[in-house]
Design a protein around this ligand. Structure first.
Ligand code: F6P
Ligand code: MN
Length: 278
């Protein structure tokens, strides 16, 4: 498994160069979820797929940018890696931070099989967060990756990152989000899942929500590539991740591009979500 993490580190360096050198024009194509693709989305996807499939421990890979999983020639290999090559790539033209998300699944693409996950941040600095037993934070200094230590959430935080369009929210969701602001929580929302969740981790707590909405009744964010890996990271950092009622890491999947409403945060905020959604 360490070879997968090492490979993702190498991909991070190459993708950070691609982001500087590649055109950020939209292509004619869109991915399985209907998102328009940038040239750099496609290049990052190809790079990660090729690099991971060279590893003897990788049975297959599954990308947000591809309709089906791709398997290699090692059927007895233990791991399948699901990844979102460039999360939040619609923010590239605004020059905001975007990311790569990956989850390492033991033999099967389902939540209980997730054994490690991570994300890369392409921001003013190149950073990576990897969760196995702990959640470790790394920064690339141009030569090597320095371990900055473990990340841990407080019981309660101060940040509120509410996803989706308000006019499509349920009334109870609007009441919940407003109640956090009324208490003094700060709005911190860029529209990139990776930096928005990273900020909550770095500032030690708060709530990220992407609820069921009238235009996306099953939520927007994808289970295998986005929500499961981040839920794993949040749980390992002492936080929680639910779909409103159930623990995210106990949800089934119907298809690889399946989505779910999600609430990730510190225990105190998640308890309040549970009360509203139960
Ligand atoms: O991958 C989807 C994504 O770009 C996430 O990175 C982000 O959290 C979300 O969409 C933002 O969606 P919205 O603009 O609807 O809040
Ligand atoms: Mn994404």
């Amino acid at each position: 498994m360490n070879s997968i993490i090492e490979t993702m580190r190498e991909c991070a360096i190459q993708i950070s160069h691609l982001l500087k050198d590649t055109s950020t024009q939209y292509l004619e194509s869109s991915n399985t979820s209907g998102d328009m693709q940038l040239e750099v989305d496609v290049l990052a996807d190809q790079l990660i797929e090729k690099s991971l499939l060279e590893l003897r421990c990788v049975k297959g890979v599954c990308s947000e940018e591809k309709p089906v999983a791709v398997y290699n020639d090692y059927p007895d290999a233990p791991y399948i890696v699901a990844y979102d090559p460039l999360d939040g790539s619609s923010l590239v033209d605004s020059d905001l931070t975007i990311g790569t998300i990956f989850g390492i699944y033991d033999n099967e693409l389902k939540a209980p099989a997730l054994i490690a996950s991570g994300y890369i941040l392409y921001g003013p600095r190149l950073e990576m967060v990897v969760a196995q037993t702990q959640v470790l934070h790394y920064r690339y200094n141009g030569t090597l990756w320095r371990n900055l230590g473990a990340l841990q959430l407080n019981h309660k935080g101060k940040i509120n990152a509410p996803g989706g369009t308000q006019k499509h929210w349920e009334h109870r969701h609007k009441t919940l989000i407003d109640s956090f602001f009324a208490e003094g929580y700060r709005l911190r929302y860029s529209g990139g899942m990776v930096p928005d969740l990273h900020q909550i981790l770095i500032k030690s707590g708060g709530l990220f929500s992407y609820p069921a909405t009238s235009d996306a009744p099953k939520g927007k964010l994808r289970k295998l590539f986005e929500v499961f890996p981040l839920a794993f990271i949040y749980e390992k950092a002492g936080g929680e991740a639910i779909d409103g009622k159930k623990r995210i890491l106990e949800l089934d999947i119907d298809g690889i591009h399946d989505t779910t409403p999600c609430f990730l945060g510190s225990p105190s905020e998640i308890e309040r979500v549970r009360k509203v959604y139960e």
